[in-house]
Structure formats: C-alpha cells, structure tokens
Design a protein. Structure first.
Length: 363
C-alpha cells in the first residue's frame, strides 16, 4: 500500500487539474489540507514536496503553494505554436523566445506552420481537437479577412484548452491577443515624417493581415489630423501571394508597379515592414531615385534587414524579445488558470540613413 503522503499527492494532482479548469491557482493552506485529510502537517508537507519535485506546484514564501500549470503526464506538457512561417525574417527569433520561456517552465513547443493558408490552419486545429495540447498560441491566417475557422477556435475554447492569439485578434468575444500597437505605430511614423517637413507621404501595406490595415489607419489618421488627407492613389496594397513571390522568387513586380503608378511626387514612403522596405529601396535605386535624397523610406519591425539594406532603414522596434516572452508568459498564466487580457506592445523609433527632411519645400 502506498504511503499516506503519496496517496494525498495523487488526490491533490487530480484536484489541481479541476481547480485549474475553474481558474483557481492557489492550493489550500497546509493547515486546511491537514484538516481535510485528517493527517499531520508533516504528511501534507511531504505530499507538497512530492508535487513540487514533479513541478506541478511552486511554493512562495509566506504566500502558499500554487499550480504551475503542468500536467502530471509529461507527454501532455506541450504548447502548440501555430504560426505563418518559421523562416521569414522576424519569426526565428520570435519562436526561439517563446520556446526558451516555455522550456524554463517545463513545457515543450510544437510548431505548426500554416504559410498563412486557411486550409492548413483548419487541418492543424482539427488535429488539436483530436489530440489536445496543454495550450495554444495561434497566429490566425489572413487576419483581415473573414475566417472559415472560427468554429474550430470556438470548439477549442469550449473544451477548456488555453488559447492566446498572436499579432491579431479574431472576431471572438473571449479572444485574448498579444500584438503590436499597430495603429499608434502608423500614427508615430506619420508624425515623424510630418515633423521633418514631409506633407506628401505614400504608404505600402499588406491588405489581408490586420496589421497592415491598422498601420495604414494610424498613418492616415495622423495626416488627416494635421490637415493633409492622403490621396487614395498614394496608398498601395499587396497580399500574401505577392509576399510569397517576393520571398521565393525575388519577384518585385508589385513594388516596381507601385513606384511607377502610385509614388508620384511623394517625398516619403511608409512600408509595411523591413522586408518590403529592403526590397523597395533596391527598386527605387533601379528607378533612378535616391534614398533619402529623393524619397525617405521608413517601416516597421527593425529586423536585421534594416541594417543590411544598401541604405540603413529607419524603423519602429520593440524592446528585445518582448513579443515572444510576453506571448509565452500569457499562455503560461492561462494554463495556470489565471485570467489574462489582451496586450498591445508599444513601438519605439530607431532613426537611420533612409530618413531625412525633403530637399526642397513641397508645394
């Protein structure tokens, strides 16, 4: 027969799972547990020590014992990160930060790469419903478009699987998201360029992901507020297929067409991200336009491409590792039963050589 403390530890393990599902993180006190199980406090301490060794609870001095969110079955301590890519420039570091944070708390990370395709997203969600992970961090596909997969996200939510969205929040009342403060980012870049004397400013944004919509909205809102409405023809849009062609075949047709048809007399250009800005600066050079003398170029994300560009690019950035660590901490809290609310990560401006006042006053 098992020692009494092991029997109590097994029963507490079951209670932790039930209490966690109800959002209860803290265990009863030693005295309360001793009274509940009619044993000595030393027996309770032995049971709690066993749970601590199994990393099922953590003890805080003067506060008590709390669930870590881990399952008693190590094979179940898996968090799925469903994301558009593991290769594109911002993703490797993001994935590494999430994996490192989760690993330090006893969880492993499983990647599900959708390539921003709704069909792949649905397959992965169906697999999660069939074999539930401990938690899910999900970057929804084509987040600016209607999603055919909201039904599966609802099923995951109803089944009690903790779920945190990344980069964009779907139209679900319970959804919690960790994302960039994209509206303010667009506003900040518009404000920065306008303060330098640029009044004719163009923008190139991604249409099928909500980040592009929000970044554009912030930019045009600032320009409206200072009395310089951005003409429709100065705003260009691209979609996932255009970005795929750029990454896979260096197909820059949509960039060269934007320069020919939409840039016009604009002295500055806001690009959706560093990748687009990096290739845009090359296309501007081929078109005989100098950066920043003829066109100032600014963008979002501040990846290594901002430094590698033939003209180093002014870009918005976050504090190092902030996005990945925040997403991981949020899913850890959710798995422990702690309520979390959506968070927007603020931007900071890093100025470089692609950024300068217009050479002559604009009309």
């Amino acid at each position: 027969m098992q020692p009494k403390y092991k029997q109590i530890a097994a029963q507490l393990t079951e209670q932790i799972a039930v209490r966690g599902a109800d959002g209860i993180l803290k265990l009863p006190t030693e005295a309360e547990l001793a009274a509940q199980y009619h044993v000595s406090r030393q027996t309770i301490r032995s049971a709690l020590s066993l749970l601590s060794a199994q990393k099922l609870i953590t003890t805080r001095q003067g506060s008590g014992s709390y669930s870590t969110g881990l399952s008693a079955d190590p094979a179940r301590n898996v968090v799925v990160l469903m994301i558009s890519s593991d290769q594109e420039y911002i993703y490797p570091e993001l994935i590494r930060d999430i994996r490192t944070t989760l690993s330090s708390h006893g969880f492993s990370l499983k990647l599900s790469i959708t390539h921003n395709r709704h069909s792949a997203e649905r397959e992965y969600l169906e697999a999660m419903l069939a074999d539930p992970p401990r938690g899910v961090i999900a970057e929804g596909c084509k987040s600016a478009l209607p999603s055919p997969n909201l039904d599966l996200y609802e099923q995951l939510h109803r089944s009690g699987i903790p779920l945190i969205f990344l980069h964009g929040c779907p139209a679900l009342p319970w959804a919690v998201c960790v994302k960039d403060d994209n509206f303010y980012g667009g506003y900040l870049l518009g404000q920065h360029l306008y303060s330098q004397g640029h009044t004719q400013i163009a923008g190139l944004f991604k249409m099928d992901d909500i980040q592009g919509i929000e970044r554009c909205q912030g930019f045009v809102t600032h320009m409206r507020n200072v009395g310089h409405m951005v003409p429709d023809e100065c705003i260009g849009w691209f979609i996932t297929a255009d970005q795929d062609a750029l990454e896979q075949r260096q197909d820059t047709l949509f960039l060269s067409e934007f320069i020919q048809k939409q840039l016009g007399a604009c002295s500055a250009l806001i690009c959706y991200n560093d990748e687009i800005a990096y290739w845009m600066i090359k296309e501007l050079h081929y078109a005989g336009l100098r950066v920043p003398q003829d066109v100032t170029v600014v963008c979002f994300d501040n990846s290594y491409l901002s430094e590698l560009s033939r003209t180093r690019i002014t870009s918005l950035t976050h504090r190092p590792h902030e996005m990945g660590q925040c997403a991981a901490e949020y899913i850890l809290q959710a798995m422990r039963g702690t309520a979390v609310t959506s968070r927007e990560i603020p931007w900071e401006l890093v100025t470089r050589e692609s950024d300068a006042p217009p050479e002559s006053p604009e009309p």
